[in-house]
Design a protein around this ligand. Structure first.
Ligand code: ACO
Length: 178
C-alpha cells in the first residue's frame, strides 16, 4: 500500500478548485468518468508541502503524491475527454474544464496543463483537433487559448451558458504539432 494519494484521491480537491473558479460545475461522478475513461487526458497541478509544482495524470499511479505523506494542495487542473460521438465524424478531444487558483495564476500553469492534455490527445487517441467553449467575456482565457495556444474561433454559440451568455466554440488542429 502506498501512502501517496493517486489522481483519483485528488478528485474532491479538483472539484473544489472548479467550484472556486468557475460557475460551470459537475457532479463528482463526472470527474471520475473522465479519469476512468480517458486516464491519459486530464492533469492536475499541485503544490507540495516543501514547495515546487508537480503535474499528475489520471493514468499514473500515485503520480501526484508528495513524499511527506500529506495531501498536496490542488492549484489547477484540466479536465479533458475525447468526443464520444463527434458530429463531424472526426476523432477529436474536448476540454471540459480548466482553471487555476487565483494565488497561482500567471505562472504558466494553465498553458502547461493544456499542452500536456493536447499532446496526450494526439498521441494516445490520434485526435485530429481539440475543441472547447469559452465565455465571450472571459478575456484571460481567450488570450490563453487564442494568443498563447493558437486556437481559432469556429463559431459563436448563442446563449450557451445557463445565465444566457454566448460562447465562442474554439478549436485547435493537433495534426503536425509534434
Ligand atoms: N489577462 C490577460 N492574459 C492572460 C491572463 C490575464 N488575466 N491570464 C492568462 N493570460 C494569457 C497570457 O497570454 C499568458 O501568458 P503571459 O503570462 O506570458 O502573458 C498566457 O495566457 C498563459 O497564462 P498562464 O499563466 O498559463 O494562465 P493561468 O495559469 O493564470 O490560468 C486561466 C489562466 C485558466 C484562464 C485562469 O485565469 C483561470 O483559472 N480563470 C478562471 C477560470 C476560467 O476562466 N477557466 C477557463 C474557462 S473555459 C474552459 O474551462 C474550457
Amino acid at each position: 500500500l502506498s501512502s501517496y494519494p493517486s489522481y483519483i484521491d485528488l478528485l474532491p480537491a479538483i472539484q473544489t478548485c472548479n467550484i472556486t473558479n468557475l460557475p460551470e460545475n459537475y457532479f463528482l461522478k463526472y470527474y471520475l468518468y473522465h479519469a476512468l475513461t480517458w486516464p491519459q487526458l486530464s492533469f492536475v497541478a499541485v503544490v507540495r508541502p516543501r514547495g515546487g509544482y508537480k503535474t499528475a495524470t489520471a493514468g499514473g499511479p500515485g503520480a501526484a503524491g508528495d513524499v511527506s505523506g500529506q495531501y498536496p494542495k490542488v492549484v489547477g487542473y484540466v479536465l479533458a475527454k475525447m468526443e464520444e460521438e463527434p458530429s463531424d465524424g472526426v476523432q477529436h478531444g474536448h476540454i471540459t474544464s480548466l482553471s487555476v487558483m487565483r494565488t497561482h495564476r500567471r505562472l504558466g500553469i494553465a498553458e502547461r496543463l493544456m499542452r500536456m492534455s493536447q499532446r496526450a490527445m494526439s498521441e494516445s487517441h490520434r485526435a485530429h483537433y481539440v475543441s472547447l467553449h469559452v465565455r465571450m467575456s472571459n478575456t484571460a482565457a481567450l488570450r490563453l487559448y487564442r494568443d498563447t495556444l493558437g486556437f481559432e474561433v469556429e463559431k459563436i454559440e448563442s446563449k450557451y451558458y445557463a445565465d444566457g451568455e454566448d460562447a465562442y466554440a474554439m478549436h485547435l488542429n493537433l495534426q503536425d504539432q509534434w
